[in-house]
Design a protein around this ligand. Structure first.
Ligand code: DAH
Length: 340
């Protein structure tokens, strides 16, 4: 039986060397040390032996059993280690591989682009930004701007009223009043914001659109200061070759008032169907702030004078990008934005 024991040991060691997988190792373990394993068979068979032989064989068998058990254990640990290593290697990310390159990026709305260009040009002239509420008092939207109740020019703008005194602002001009009443003159502010008018949406109308107001308060300002300011941001948005001109007009909050035209962005001023043959396109209103407005807002019009302008950002964006339907600016259609 000692011989048999030696044979079992030898064979087990030989097989152990060839084992490839954990499953094979487990099988080998069971076949030798398991309940019906070869070595277990020997230990069981010892019952029939004489006492001294039993002691000798028992001792020997236990040594072999322990030796094999620890060999199995070692092999198992090595195998697990290798499996872990393979797993980690398989999970390694190769950061040098080229990435996914066709991620669709978002784009800025043309309104944002134009707003920033105008704002930045004005900041370059010493302006700061100023903002006011979209839900506004009638008093600021109209009365303080020299449009008292029953003034016919109130009908120039169709107003969403919240109640008798409160409305959705129809322009950014009420912020002129707020700036005049809160800021220490002299100052220069640019006031962006959404404005609202009762209008059926179509290619050139939207009940919500975007304006920017400019207001400069100082002593001895002239029409030339106004013209220079406007020309600076017109060139910043449309390029150095675009010219601007002022045309007499009327606004209650300015005196004198003017309409600003720019040389046609399509034909360059020669005259085409887009500018109706005139070579010019209207973009905004402006003027020297009416002394009544300055007084209504608590400043002395003999001490301070001012000029102001109000530009439709939508209109400028449409002209700049050749967009023929204002609604496209508000629909957020990615296919439209990607073309710009
Ligand atoms: N508030 C005018 C509008 O919405 C635009 C405007 C014209 C603003 C002349 C001004 C200005 O500040 O001086 O039509």
């Amino acid at each position: 039986m000692l011989e048999e024991l030696a044979k079992i040991r030898e064979e087990a060691l030989k097989k152990l060397e060839k084992v490839q997988s954990e499953a094979e190792l487990t099988e080998l373990n069971v076949n030798i040390l398991g309940r019906n394993g070869a070595l277990t068979g020997i230990l069981r068979g010892m019952a029939s032996l004489a006492a001294d032989e039993r002691a000798k064989l028992g001792k020997e068998a236990n040594i072999v059993k322990q030796e094999l058990a620890s060999m199995f254990e070692g092999a198992k640990a090595r195998m697990e280690e290798r499996a872990e290593e393979l797993r980690i290697r398989a999970e390694t990310i190769d950061v040098t591989l080229p990435g996914v390159t066709d991620i669709p990026f978002g784009k800025l709305s043309p309104l944002t682009v134009v707003y920033r260009q105008i704002r930045d040009a004005l900041i370059g002239l010493g302006f700061t930004t100023f903002e006011g509420p979209e839900v506004e008092y009638d008093d600021y939207n109209f009365t303080k701007l020299n449009l008292p109740l029953n003034h016919p020019a109130r009908d120039m703008q169709d107003t969403f009223y919240v109640n008798d005194r409160v409305l959705l602002r129809t322009h950014t001009s009420p912020c002129e009043a707020r700036a005049l009443m809160t800021l220490e003159p002299p100052f220069r502010v640019v006031i962006p914001g959404r404005v609202f008018r009762v209008d059926e949406p179509d290619a050139s109308h939207s009940p919500v659109f975007m304006q920017m107001e400019g207001l400069v308060v100082d002593k001895h300002l002239t029409f030339a200061d106004l013209k220079g300011t406007i020309d600076t941001f017109v060139k910043a948005v449309f390029g150095e070759n675009v010219r601007s001109r002022l045309r007499p007009s009327y606004f209650p909050f300015t005196e004198p008032s003017a309409e600003v035209d720019i040389s046609c962005t399509i034909c360059g001023g020669k005259g085409c169907s887009s500018c109706k043959g005139t070579g010019w396109m209207e973009i905004m209103g402006c003027g020297m702030t009416n002394p009544h407005e300055i007084e209504n807002c608590g400043l002395d019009p003999h001490e301070w004078n001012a000029f102001a302008f109000g530009v439709g950002v939508d209109r400028v964006a449409c002209l700049k990008y050749g967009i023929n339907d204002i609604r496209l600016l508000y629909e957020g259609d990615a296919r439209f934005l990607r073309q710009l």
